[in-house]
Design a protein around this ligand. Structure first.
Ligand code: PSU
Ligand code: MN
Length: 334
């Protein structure tokens, strides 16, 4: 087993000098949290670590592309000088840093793993289940062990028609309460992008766009929505993160990186597939946490795999940027 430590959260505070805000989030008592030896070593030495989520593996992509992408993303993080820490709950134990066998297990489980947002964590732990963590749950575990940077493809947001459904992803509220920086390619246009940005403003979340003034729209580079903060280098990102932490703002940061231009050409074809998939979801009454996985899979079918290819390309690009940000942050703190 690749784990040097089975840390008890109650003790973790002493080992890692968890801040008050983290202790508040951490259950006190005998819940175990497994941290891979490579990750705990890097954390204790102040080296760069990048957290990665697991719902993108189980629910975001089909097998075997999910496994190939997960491994490739970890490789890119390593190649750029950081240690990857994919986060999931396995047999009821929250794990920070997975072995290749564990990544395979999750990838094969696919949607049989439970999609685990913050609200689901206690249930999955209590029944000893396998939980693939969404952005909200991944942020929470990353903050418990003090990993400041987290890379994914896209986050959840305010859904279209939310004025009727109240469907607003807990990823947004987590960004408002947990000090972790999420590097992503924006939110998909399956969501309501302007409302997502409004909601993040309400929650006090800094939204920064990487090398652009506009919030990207996942499959395409621009959404038509301006952001108030632009960052042009990993060092810019590191300074922003450090300032936010030193100010004890307690909120997360969203760094939105546009999809590389060569992969964004199919964006408009994908957009019409999205419209069709949303209509189908309405007709089939697919709502709640089933909606995002349904739309992702359906859009992939409708585009003959083009959306999956673009998704994989942008996740890899985010891993590259995120690793560089984590390295720049570690250097800033030396
Ligand atoms: N967006 C993607 N791919 C994904 C997700 C979002 O392009 O796999 C996943 C992430 O794990 C995110 C979650 O945290 O969906 C949001 O789900 P919901 O909309 O149910 O909150
Ligand atoms: Mn939802």
């Amino acid at each position: 087993m690749a784990f040097s430590a089975v840390w008890r959260l109650a003790n973790l505070g002493r080992h890692l000098d968890l801040s008050e805000s983290v202790n508040k989030a951490a259950p006190v008592g005998s819940i175990k949290l497994k941290v891979a030896s490579e990750v705990s070593e890097a954390l204790s030495l102040g080296r760069a670590v990048v957290a990665l989520e697991s719902t993108i593996i189980s629910h975001g992509m089909p097998y075997p592309q999910n496994l190939e992408t997960a491994k490739e993303v970890e490789r890119i993080v390593r190649e750029n000088g950081a240690v990857p820490a994919t986060i999931a709950i396995l047999d009821g134990t929250p794990c920070v840093g997975l072995s290749v066998e564990e990544l395979e297990r999750l990838a094969i489980l696919g949607t049989r793993a439970q999609k685990t947002a913050r609200r689901d964590i206690a249930h999955v732990v209590a029944c000893g289940g396998n939980g693939a963590t969404t952005v909200s749950a991944t942020m929470l575990f990353a903050s418990m062990v003090h990993i400041p940077v987290f890379v994914t493809g896209g986050i959840g947001g305010v859904h279209r028609h939310s004025e009727q459904t109240m469907d607003i992803s807990s990823d947004l509220t987590e960004l408002g309460r947990t000090p972790v920086t999420v590097v992503c390619a924006g939110v998909k246009s399956i969501l309501d992008i302007p409302r997502t940005l409004e909601y993040l403003e309400t929650l006090g979340v800094c939204v920064a766009a990487y090398k652009t003034n506009e919030f990207p729209a996942f499959f395409t580079e621009s959404s038509g929505c301006k952001v108030s903060c632009r960052v042009d280098t990993p060092e810019d990102c590191a300074s922003l993160i450090e300032a936010s932490i030193k100010l004890k703002l307690g909120t997360g940061i969203l760094i939105a990186v546009p999809i590389p231009q060569e992969h964004s050409t199919s964006g408009h074809i994908i957009e019409s597939a999205i419209q069709k998939a949303i209509k189908e979801a309405r007709e089939k009454n697919i709502t709640g946490n089933a909606e995002t996985p349904f739309l992702l899979a359906r859009v992939n079918d409708l585009t003959g795999g083009a959306s999956l290819a673009a998704n994989i390309a942008l996740v890899k690009n985010n891993a590259l940027v995120g690793a560089k940000v984590a390295v720049a942050l570690a250097q800033l703190r030396e």
